[in-house]
Structure formats: C-alpha cells, structure tokens
Design a protein around this ligand. Sequence first.
Ligand SMILES: Nc1ncnc2c1ncn2[C@@H]1O[C@H](COP(=O)(O)OP(=O)(O)O)[C@@H](O)[C@H]1O
Ligand SMILES: [Mg+2]
Length: 265
Amino acid sequence: MHCSLRAKRRPSPGPLLRLEGVVKSFQGVVALKGVSFALYPREILGLIGPNGAGKTTLINLITGFLRPDRGHIYFAGEDITGLKPEAIANRGILRTFQHVQVFSGLTVLENILLGFSRRIKGSLLKEIFSLNGRKSEEELREQAFQILETFGLKHWASHPAEALPYGEQRRVVLARAVAAKPRVLLLDEPAAGLSPREGRELVGLLKQLKEGGLSLLLVDHDVDLILEVCDRVVVLSSGEIIAQGPPRVVRQDPKVIEAYLGSDA
Ligand SMILES: Nc1ncnc2c1ncn2[C@@H]1O[C@H](COP(=O)(O)OP(=O)(O)O)[C@@H](O)[C@H]1O
Ligand SMILES: [Mg+2]
C-alpha cells in the first residue's frame, strides 16, 4: 500500500537537504566515511543502523553541533556546512534529542510557547511575546493550545512538563519543535522507551506532520516503525551507507540483515 503512495508522491522538486561526501572522525576513529543522501520536500526519510553506526553524529553535523572534516551539507541549494547551530535553526532545520529534554520548571504550555522562538537557549517568555510583536499574547496562547490539541496534550497544559509521564514528555518535545515551524525536522530515536500503543500514536502524528508539509529525517533502530512510516530508508553501518530505498526493499537486503544480526539482533 505504501508503494503506490510512494510512486504517486515521487518528489519532483530538488532536495531540501543534501549531504555530499560527509566525513567525520573522532580522535582518529572515522565515525562517518563519506556519506551522501538527500531529503526531499514532504518526505519522511528513515535513517537506521546498529548502535554506533553514526546516526546521531549525522544529526549533529546537519544541525551544526559538529563540523564535518570533509564534505558538504546543502539546504534548499545553499551550502550550510559549518554554520553555527543557531544559524541553521534559523533556516528552519530543527531537531529533537535522543534523550528527552523538556524545559523543567515550566508548564507544558510554556514549553510550547518557548518553541515559537527558534532560539536555542536563553529565551524568556517575555522575549517570546515581544519577538512576536505583531501577535498578541492571547493569539500566541491560542496557537499553542491548537498545537497541544494536535499532540493530545491539551489537558496537560498547566502541568509542570517534567512531571508528565515519559511518553507525554516525548510528545511535548515534538510539539515544541513543531511550534517553531520547522521546514525540516530531525528526530533522534523519538520512539525510544515508548509503549507499542504510544509508538502507534507517534506514527500517526508523524504522518500528520508530513501531510502538513514538513520533511522529516527519522532516526531509529526500530525497523518496524521505520517500515510503517517512512517513504524511503537509508541504512548506515559503521559510518557507511550500505543500502537505501523503499522500506520493503531495504528490509530484505542481505547486507541490512547481516548488519543487524551482527550487532543489535
Ligand atoms: N563526541 C564524540 N567523541 C568521540 N567519539 C564519538 C563522539 N560522538 C560519537 N562518537 C563515536 O562515533 C561513532 C558513531 O556514534 P553515534 O553517531 O552516536 O552512533 P549512533 O547514533 O548510530 O548510535 C561511535 O563509535 C561513537 O563512539
Ligand atoms: Mg544515536
């Protein structure tokens, strides 16, 4: 069923995000050995691979937390290699982290309001309201409530974010990223620690985000989740792409099966 959808949506415009020959070493250990792939508009691209494959490193490179040793990263045709995290976030490339991080000491609603600013640190709610000068505080709160509704978090609005159950905290983090109106969202293992039911809810949410026009790079080692939600998959193993293509094809690739049996499975 996904095959026909994929064929219909075959992206015609150029890639939104493109990596070309990206190399990264840590103290002589080559974590990425020349990685090239593209993410197209309104696409969910899965990035899978065993632990240590280099998935988080790739996200760190795309978002400017790390600098590649070699290679280039392009966003909407512009070379963004080596830009600072804030400059990259300002272009609309946002991420969530492998380990869930809500802003503690703030309510769920305040977490979403902070999302309206793409600034990475140090934003105060007061600033958010003045930054969005043309919109009244009331309008912003209303928008925030709409996002909470989408993410099934409305009844948690006035609760301290850090007091929420784990699965809901993960949703807060995702909702906050969406509030910043990203063009590309990079999700590092968003399903980690979720129950099967929460996993299914996440799949629904991600599909909704894509329908809303977002492009997603979804990092996970949960092959079933990737198969369910992604248009295409890139498989990374020891810093190299060993397969890419539609989920059903990639899943049956002997190199992929071997990479998983070799470590995770
Ligand atoms: N900051 C770092 N310093 C040293 N080594 C690192 C650092 N970040 C990642 N690595 C190494 O790079 C490799 C890839 O790691 P990572 O990108 O976290 O993998 P994944 O997210 O696929 O599990 C691993 O061997 C890891 O130990
Ligand atoms: Mg990782």
